[in-house]
Design a binder for this molecule. Structure first.
Ligand code: UD1
Length: 417
């Protein structure tokens, strides 16, 4: 199994280029199922989850071609299957994003239930509730969800909890439904908005993207389109935090600072100097890092996908800070590993209390999920001596060549086979 070895203590300098957003690309690849014409996506990050989604779509009969430079061409002329099998769904929960498009286009879908994952139970009940309201018959048996509908019809749907992939699934289904669908308490994440932009280019009629109320007027058919994926805001935030913890000054290019407001504001509060350009950031680490509390929230709040990296940073702040996780019930898996490197973190239910600064010392640590792995890499940059992060396939699911990008910024980091 591949590992990453880091020797800490080197400040970062130079320029890093941000890749396209994984969590925008995943639903956008699935949007190809809504039309028999060609969809071309640009700026798709070449990470493992994207390849997995390519396999899911190919298993349904879509033609998927990855070109160098992040371009993907997809054509779902006619589908040969409506089933997303367990073997693929278990490796990536986002496979459930084929559900809405398949029911809308084919009138039928069979998708393996994703089950729990490292960060919590993560049910899909809200996706199913919404499709049922749109007239689908849902059966759950043998570990699969089976949904059927002659033609979905528009409905008024109100989500109890903000759900990102739930909003995306239902928004895609509503594009081909009969009549108007209104989604309330919809996710406002930039990835949802970007998907709506793509669907709009395909001929969908969607209003309110980026707000909590979405109105979708169903159409008979959608056409092909070309679309460039937005930059990855979580990858961007991770490099801001990397510079803050390692020291130094870096430039982050090809990013979208507007999508990162909560993270930029919070890091400025801790003393990190951040200058914003239209599509770039200049980050300078402070001499003294101040503690600041965060509570994770749906967008535009502080993202749960940045909580672990922020915690690594707070181990170096002058004083105590709290991280309160409100989105997932079990997202402190990185605490035990950070503690093995010398961090002082106490867990109290959904809050972690970090007392800093504690010197970190390099250790062998294990990645448990995507963002937890990133937090261990950040800790390794600040630690004395050598840190070896095991199970980095988690990192490769969502970060394009993080070892190369950090090495480009002067970090002493290498991948061990
Ligand atoms: C997406 C992101 C993930 C991010 C998360 C929260 C993708 C591929 N993944 O995940 O990186 O961490 O948003 O920003 O975009 N819930 C239910 N019932 C449902 C659906 C969700 O109870 O049917 C709950 C979940 O258990 C969780 C909360 O709602 O507590 C938010 O989950 P959700 O927004 O759906 O996360 P994902 O879309 O899976």
């Amino acid at each position: 199994m591949e590992k990453i070895r880091i020797v800490g203590g080197r400040p970062l300098e130079g320029t890093v280029r941000i890749s396209g957003a994984k969590n925008a690309s995943l639903p956008e690849l699935c949007a190809a199922l809504l039309t028999d014409q060609q969809l071309t996506l640009g700026n798709v990050p070449e990470v493992r989850d994207i390849r997995t989604m390519g396999r899911v779509l190919a298993a349904l009969g879509a033609e998927v071609e990855f070109r160098v430079g992040g371009e993907v061409e997809l054509r779902a002329g006619s589908l040969t299957s409506v089933e997303a099998p367990y073997e693929l769904v278990k490796t990536m929960r986002a496979s459930v994003l084929v559900l809405g498009p398949l029911v809308a286009r084919e009138g039928r879908a069979r998708v393996s239930l994703p089950g729990g994952c490292a960060i919590g139970a993560r049910p899909i009940d809200l996706h199913l509730m919404a499709l049922e309201k749109m007239g689908a018959t849902i059966a759950v048996e043998h570990g699969y969800v089976e949904a059927r509908a002659e033609r979905l019809r528009g409905a008024e749907i109100s989500f109890d909890t903000v759900t990102v992939t739930g909003t995306e699934n239902v928004m895609m289904a509503a594009c081909l439904a009969d009549g108007q669908t209104v989604l309330r308490n919809a996710a406002c994440e930039p990835e949802v908005e970007d998907l709506a932009t793509l669907l709009g280019a395909m001929g969908a009629r969607i209003e309110g993207a980026g707000t909590s109320t979405l109105r979708v007027e169903g159409v008979e058919r959608l056409a092909g389109a070309s679309h460039r994926v937005i930059p990855d805001r979580i990858e961007t935030g991770t490099y801001v935090a990397a510079c803050a913890i390692a020291g130094g000054e870096i430039e982050i290019r090809h990013c979208q600072p507007n999508h990162l407001r909560a993270v930029i504001d919070k890091l400025r509060e801790t003393g990190v100097r951040i200058e914003e350009g239209p599509d770039n950031l200049r980050v300078r680490a402070p001499r003294v890092l101040r503690p600041a509390n965060v509570t994770t929230q749906p967008y535009p709040g502080f993202p749960t996908d940045m909580q672990a990296q922020y915690m690594a940073l707070m181990t170096q702040a002058e004083g105590a800070s709290t991280m309160t996780e409100t989105i997932f019930e079990n997202r402190f898996m990185h605490v035990a590993e950070l503690a093995r490197m010398g961090a002082s973190v106490r867990e109290n239910g959904r809050t972690a209390i970090v007392t800093g600064p504690t010197p970190l010392s390099g250790a062998q640590v294990m990645a448990t999920d995507l963002r937890a792995s990133a937090s261990l890499v950040l800790a390794g940059l600040a630690a004395s001596g050598e840190t070896v992060v095991d199970r980095i396939y988690h990192l490769d699911r969502g970060y394009y060549r993080i070892d190369e990008k950090l090495r480009g910024l002067g970090a002493d980091i290498e991948r061990l086979a």
